[in-house]
Design a protein around this ligand. Structure first.
Ligand code: ARG
Length: 467
């Protein structure tokens, strides 16, 4: 990027001739945003094209001006896409860089483009356009992660594993059921993004600096051309609030919370202590000192990156909270956190979508773990309830059986029937069925339950929904 800096006069930057001395070089660097907001260039050009078309339609510029502007902007878009555009720090931001080049290319028509517009409504429009596109991309990636989870869930609809509460073995569930829990979480995340998109998708342009414009503009036409659902109805609000960016970061933070929980489980499951899964080598790294190590770095990093996204959410909230209406330069600080949130989410979801199909569950290890920790104790209690014992008494009887099994270092299913009968006389030989892992999961056969039949039905439903 070139910096025609200390010699730059304020009027050269595109604002006014009212300044008596050049901007200090340090101020220029401090206030410029072109280093990062050039990322909005294509949205900026799209917005300008729609604005110019409207200006021509309502007679504010000539058809020739409009054609010149379109030609110039098309060329600029090509220069930017090819990486040939000469970004100048001295021109402060993406908007002034594009406008200056346009004027270089097409003369006065370029200078007319800014009629009935301010950078305040321009930047708000650019950001919304850009974010809308990113939301669509992220929603598609979330769906890809969901599809990968559903495929694994289908393969493991009947793979028994321990379900945990307090990270203690609680009751047997299926691995498929466990994975589908994340599919639900990511579905709510997609809904949140879609809901946020509705509020993102409003056109600020026309608010001009803050109060609207004296020109007879047609905001609805611009909104329509740019695919917005409508216009921001108050000009002051249109240029000043960034709640849609905050809302997006909140939705993104929740995505990352869910990602982080999943990744935390992958990390745990992969340790030899658990030994529940293996991850393909391409998603793990070794240690430079310990030859035996295979570390789940991708999962750990994804877990770690949830911190920066939550941080960006806080950053934007604090950025906004003290600002009087309307636009303040503070808002320029909205971009980097937002950009980084989008980038982090995209890369993380991509990594997950690739990694999940590579998860190899060790069905035997999962089953062994489910058999430990008296995971079918509740089933025994339910069995006694069916034999007529009140649940509280059944609970107490099974607790005594668990204690006995603990003392003998064996499982509930290994206790002789006579011992079980001594504790609860209602116990019959058919109790074996209740203590069986497969029977325990199969019995939870209702919507939302862990029975393999339910898991398969859910997978089917997800396949239809996710396409
Ligand atoms: N770069 C500025 C931003 O990101 C554009 C708007 C500047 N407006 C102004 N009045 N200085 O917010």
């Amino acid at each position: 990027m070139s910096a025609h800096s200390s010699s730059l006069h304020a009027k050269d930057a595109g604002w006014s001739g009212r300044f008596a001395e050049p901007v200090a070089e340090f101020v220029l660097r401090y206030t410029a945003s072109v280093g990062f907001d050039q990322r909005l260039a294509l949205a900026d050009i799209a917005g300008s094209l729609a604005h110019a078309a409207m200006l021509a339609e309502v007679g504010l510029i000539s058809a020739q001006d409009r054609a010149d502007i379109e030609r110039g902007l098309t060329q600029i878009r090509g220069e930017i896409e090819r990486g040939e555009f000469d970004w100048q720090l001295a021109l402060e931001d993406v908007h002034l860089n594009v406008e200056r080049r346009l004027t270089e290319l097409v003369g006065d028509a370029g200078k007319r483009l800014h009629t009935a517009r301010s950078r305040n409504d321009q930047v708000a429009t650019d950001l919304r356009l850009w974010l809308r596109g990113e939301i669509d991309g992220l929603a598609a990636l979330l769906a890809a992660v969901q599809r990968a989870l559903v495929a694994q869930a289908e393969a493991h609809a009947a793979t028994v594993m321990p379900g945990f509460t307090h990270l203690q073995v609680a009751q047997p569930v299926t691995f498929g059921h466990h994975l589908l829990a994340y599919v639900e979480m990511f579905e709510r995340d997609r809904e949140r993004l879609a809901d946020c998109r509705r509020r993102v998708n409003r056109l600020p342009l026309g608010a001009a600096a803050l109060a609207g414009t004296t020109f007879p503009i047609d905001r609805a036409a611009v909104a329509h051309k740019l695919g917005f659902d409508g216009v921001c109805e108050n000009s002051l609000d249109a240029v000043s609030d960034r709640d849609y960016a905050i809302e997006f970061c909140a939705a993104a933070s929740l995505v990352m919370v869910h990602v982080s929980r999943l990744c935390e489980e992958l990390v745990l499951w992969m340790t030899p202590r658990f030994g529940f899964i293996r991850l393909p080598d391409r998603f793990t790294t070794g240690s430079s000192i310990m030859p035996q190590k295979k570390n789940p770095d991708v999962a750990e990093l994804a877990r770690g990156k949830s911190g920066r996204v939550a941080g960006h959410l806080m950053g934007l909230i604090v950025l906004m909270k003290g600002q009087p209406l309307t636009y303040n330069k503070d808002n320029q600080e909205d971009k980097e956190p937002l950009f980084d949130t989008v980038d982090t989410l995209r890369e993380t979801l991509r990594a997950l979508a690739e990694m999940i199909p590579g998860i190899e569950a060790d069905a035997a290890a999962l089953r062994r773990a489910a058999a430990e920790g008296f995971s079918t104790a509740t089933d025994f209690a339910d069995y006694l309830v069916r034999k007529g014992l009140p649940f509280r008494d059944a609970h107490e009887a099974v607790a005594r059986a668990v204690r006995l099994a603990s003392e003998r270092n064996c499982d509930l299913a290994d206790l002789p029937l006579a011992d079980l009968q001594a504790i609860a006389p209602q116990t019959g030989a058919d109790v074996r069925g209740a203590l069986d892992l497969d029977a325990a999961v199969a019995a939870r056969d209702h919507v939302g339950g862990t029975a393999p039949a339910q898991v398969r039905a859910q997978c089917e439903r997800w396949r239809e929904r996710l396409g």
